[in-house]
Design a protein around this ligand. Sequence first.
Ligand SMILES: NC(=O)c1ccc[n+]([C@@H]2O[C@H](COP(=O)([O-])OP(=O)(O)OC[C@H]3O[C@@H](n4cnc5c(N)ncnc54)[C@H](O)[C@@H]3O)[C@@H](O)[C@H]2O)c1
Length: 305
Amino acid sequence: MLARGEQVIGVDNINAYYSVALKESRIADLKPHNGFTFLKQDFADLDGLRKAVGWAEIDRIVHLGAQPGVRYSIDHPMAYATANLTGHLAMLELARGIKGLRHMVYASSSSVYGGNTKLPFSESDAVDHPVSLYAATKRADELMSDTYAHLYGIPQTGLRFFTVYGPSGRPDMAVWLFTEALFDGKPIRLFENGTLLRDFTYVDDIVAGVLAVLDGPPAGERPHRVYNIGNNKPERVTRLVEIIEHATGRKAQTINEPMQPGDVPATYADIDAIRRDHGFEPTTPLEEGVHRFVEWYRGWRGLPA
Ligand SMILES: NC(=O)c1ccc[n+]([C@@H]2O[C@H](COP(=O)([O-])OP(=O)(O)OC[C@H]3O[C@@H](n4cnc5c(N)ncnc54)[C@H](O)[C@@H]3O)[C@@H](O)[C@H]2O)c1
């Protein structure tokens, strides 16, 4: 958004779920842009949020903040209530108070499909049986948004992200964890011998999709849509390991473990709807995206090229 000359206010409480230095480095990358203002603020604190952004004329909101992570939600459920339930509702209340808000795009997740076995996952599939609290909160966000679209006509689009990865990505996700383990000579944990399927989606493709969606708010009586946004090409985790081995030039040592609570055997996005309505087309193959990540990771860790 900054690259296309827009004014952007970034809001984040920079919590310590993972490296604060990494979060700060992302903000440092954005700071040189004239249009960028950063506010360190908890968005679940509605009064504080209103005060923090009260000076600004906001016309669109991209709400990506959350407590992410499926596995962490098994042991730390209350973190999800604050960020994903109270936080999402606070963002909706903020949106309700902004006259003429054109669009709020928010992050949902592929995890709402739970253990559904019909592949690919389609927006018309039932999503009533989440298998983690994280997924339940993301589904609840979709329902709260739908209610606000009905009650107040706030135009919103929820995007169900499918395993996003790339430079500056999340240290609790497989691409980062495996790369880190290979460089450090440590074993990687593979669940079900790495046979799980994931629709890994490169971050630049996601950015293009978010912007395309942001530019096309839904209209009508209940202006709320939900779309899958994924690569539409699931890969086995063993394939990911091979690609990381190639990119790092190291051989993986693996430890096999059973599937974890909250986990699902496969994710696979049907992207016909977002393709048709917003022209979304992922263009980055896993090989290319992982090589870009590993190159970035070497720089982040100060490892030789
Ligand atoms: N990365 C993925 O594969 C993936 C998949 C599905 C859904 N999602 C969703 O996409 C969104 C972005 O994910 P991400 O991978 O960039 O995660 P991320 O953790 O890097 O980004 C979320 C940010 O929200 C901030 N945050 C959390 N609680 C906050 C609060 N109460 N107040 C202010 N800031 C707060 C965190 O500090 C963090 O910087 C999230 O909503 C996530 O649930 C991500």
